[in-house]
Design a protein around this ligand. Sequence first.
Ligand code: SAM
Length: 280
Amino acid sequence: MGLDANKQQTWFTEYQTDSLSLGLRVETILASDTTPFQKLLVAETETFGRLLALDGAVQTTARDEFVYHEMITHVPLFMLDAPKKVAVIGGGDGGAIREILKHPSVEEAHLVEIDAEVVEASRRFFPEISCALDDPRTSIHYTDGIRWVKEARNFDLIIVDSTDPVGPAEGLFQPQFYQTIADALTDDGLMVAQSESPFLHQPLIRHMREGLETAFPHIKLYLAAIPTYPSGLWSFLMASRKSPAPSPRHLTLNLETRYWTPQLQTAAFVLPRFVEELMA
Ligand code: SAM
């Protein structure tokens, strides 16, 4: 788990690779449990506030969660003129649902989370992240996203807000899963998946891109800076049947955001050369 206690200090350490780790000094450990799916830790850290970790990997922190949750939702939502039906696979903290429901056209937001204890921990320790889980437009399904998507139809957007590609999340990075997502989308619909760090996970990004290409003709990658994720530079892969273009409403709907801006809607797709090469 990476909780190192010595005389006066406790540190949370995420071992991101065999030779790289992130250390955060912990003030208090609020919860430390083993769920049927993973090890769950909630701790108060000095620098990033409250932290949720699963199997020793940072999922979210109170101070930087807005970057990930805004960018995994608003960028694809603003490619659509009137998104109505949206699903999040994973995402048990509820941050993506909170952002999705800022779009007035959304009528249904489905959260498909395998581990009910993640949702319970978020409701208890992260009320500002989980605040939209009781919204009447939200439905929560406690099941494996791979199974759930097979029966899903007519979605405008499906977001894969998963843990790293190990354990229950492994299948969420496979081509067969992307094909079932394609079948669950409307013709104009799109999907987005968090796709890890372009510095540290290049083979995975290539594997995801190639898998997505078997199910969708249009694949685009965009970036955001997330300080507590490995390397700090994070990527998202977006896939669709039709070539995506920002809806004019991205300029007129004045959303309350802290990271996403109308300029970033297009700028996030401008890639440094080494990332461009990953997509070539
Ligand atoms: N923002 C996070 C990140 O990139 O580190 C991910 C946040 S969210 C907490 C990830 C969730 O995906 C976890 O709660 C995990 O239980 C869930 N998950 C993993 N595999 C899943 C599956 N096959 N079906 C549904 N949910 C899954």
